[in-house]
Design a protein. Structure first.
Length: 155
């Protein structure tokens, strides 16, 4: 079985492979373009990695919600149920070079996760605190969710 880190690396490469199709849309699938889903996914990976890196493991509290545990176990996120927080919302104009830069950053950032203390964490608005053990799994599920939407847009 492939590790979550390997899967996440593969997913980042798949996001990258869709950059040339960033302008494409399919309103039946999503109001957002392929580029929006790529940008959002990369912003989530990069912001989560930075939050985990700068967290204070001594302040970690195990407060993951039932929904968080359930969805991380299920490995799927429901479509159209959540709204992205402002700081991970793509800009009005998504530029190709910005996507390329964020991709490079994401590749570097995921390399840091394993080096962090056990209780390094980030606060998820719905799931509660997600510590190092679950961070890669969360990012894998979230990225795959958006890759599936991209696949449906391109269909």
């Amino acid at each position: 079985m492939m590790s979550s880190k390997k899967k996440l690396e593969e997913y980042i490469s798949r996001l990258e492979s869709h950059i040339p199709k960033q302008e494409l849309t399919n309103p039946k699938v999503s109001k957002a373009s392929v580029g929006w889903h790529i940008d959002h996914s990369l912003k989530v990976i990069n912001n989560v990695c930075l939050a985990v890196q700068s967290s204070d493991p001594n302040t970690y509290e195990k407060n993951i919600t039932f929904l968080g545990k359930f969805l991380l176990t299920l490995g799927k996120l429901p479509r159209g149920k959540a709204k992205a927080p402002k700081h991970v919302m793509p800009p009005e104009m998504i530029e190709k070079n910005a996507l390329v830069k964020q991709t490079e950053q994401a590749k570097k950032n995921i390399e840091t996760i394993n080096l962090l203390p056990q209780n390094a964490y980030f606060k998820h608005p719905i799931f509660g605190n997600i510590n190092k053990k679950r961070v890669t799994r969360f990012l894998e599920i979230h990225t795959n969710h958006h890759l599936n939407i991209i696949k449906d847009i391109l269909r």
